[in-house]
Ligand binder design. Structure first.
Ligand SMILES: C[S@@+](CC[C@H](N)C(=O)[O-])C[C@H]1O[C@@H](n2cnc3c(N)ncnc32)[C@H](O)[C@@H]1O
Length: 243
């Protein structure tokens, strides 16, 4: 992971160095105009993911505009803290925050076994848990989340709504024990799926279900695939564990 970000940083820095060099050699354009297209060219050449092309292109002009706005230093610190509080897991697990759709909720509510104890690995703002609590009061619902802001939102909501069947824990999903749950739900990203599957195999009890929203486990056939009619054309992958 660190290597990935170091690579992107090196592209930005190389483009900056080239722009400075061209400036010293007498190029007539201001540095701020030169660096972004150079960064874009390097990103394409180094085969960086496409969304980084745009980031490289916009980074320097955005910095110039921000300096121009003359914001107080604490505004940057606050923005960085909020960003970290909201999406710290992008840095470590490459998992951002996005929420389970209503259509997925409806399908799960119709299919989950009676009285099941469900664990949402990375529960975000608790959208899945609260949605299920509304539709299926018989379920025991537990979510673990490590980003402070979504965790706080979910925790307060569970407290204020007085929902005893919803439990929200601040913690790392890699340390969350899976035993004692009948259904393990994950809506993460392609990045951690192989490692999640390993954890599920090590810890989940026979008979438990592992459900991944939209992200398959590499090289492991699910027992069931349910296409969902929602905005992102989600698919629910379900594995029923036998051993
Ligand atoms: C795509 S969101 C899904 C949110 C929720 N499960 C839902 O379906 O609406 C993934 C969540 O997993 C959390 N997450 C990622 N890695 C984590 C980790 N190692 N420990 C705890 N939470 C994590 C992220 O912060 C994010 O809130």
């Amino acid at each position: 992971m660190t290597v990935f970000y170091l690579r992107q940083l090196s592209i930005f820095a190389m483009a900056l160095a080239l722009a400075v060099l061209l400036g010293l050699l007498g190029a007539p354009w201001p540095l701020v105009w030169l660096q972004p297209p150079l960064a874009l060219a390097l990103a394409i050449w180094r085969q960086a993911p496409r969304w980084w092309w745009l980031l490289h292109l916009l980074m320097l002009p955005a910095m110039v505009l921000a300096l121009d706005a003359q914001l107080p230093a604490w505004a940057y610190l606050l923005a960085a803290l909020l960003l970290f509080g909201l999406s710290r897991n992008v840095l470590t697990d490459r998992v951002p925050l996005f929420l389970t759709s209503r259509a997925v909720l409806e399908v799960l509510a119709a299919r989950l076994p009676p009285g099941a104890r469900l664990l949402d690995l990375g529960c975000g703002t608790g959208r899945l848990l609260f949605g299920l609590a509304q539709r299926r009061p018989d379920l025991q619902l537990h979510g673990v989340e490590s980003a402070w802001l979504p965790w706080l939102w979910a925790y307060l909501r569970a407290r204020l709504a007085g929902l005893p069947q919803v439990r929200i824990t601040l913690g790392n999903l890699w340390q969350a024990p899976l035993a004692g749950h009948d259904v393990i739900y994950a809506y993460l990203s392609p990045e951690p799926m192989a490692r999640i599957w390993h954890k599920v195999q090590q810890e989940a009890v026979p008979g438990a279900w592992f459900i991944s929203n939209s992200f398959a486990v590499p090289d492991v056939q699910p027992d069931e695939c349910i296409p969902i009619d929602d905005a992102t054309a989600s698919t629910l992958f379900i594995w029923r564990l036998t051993t």
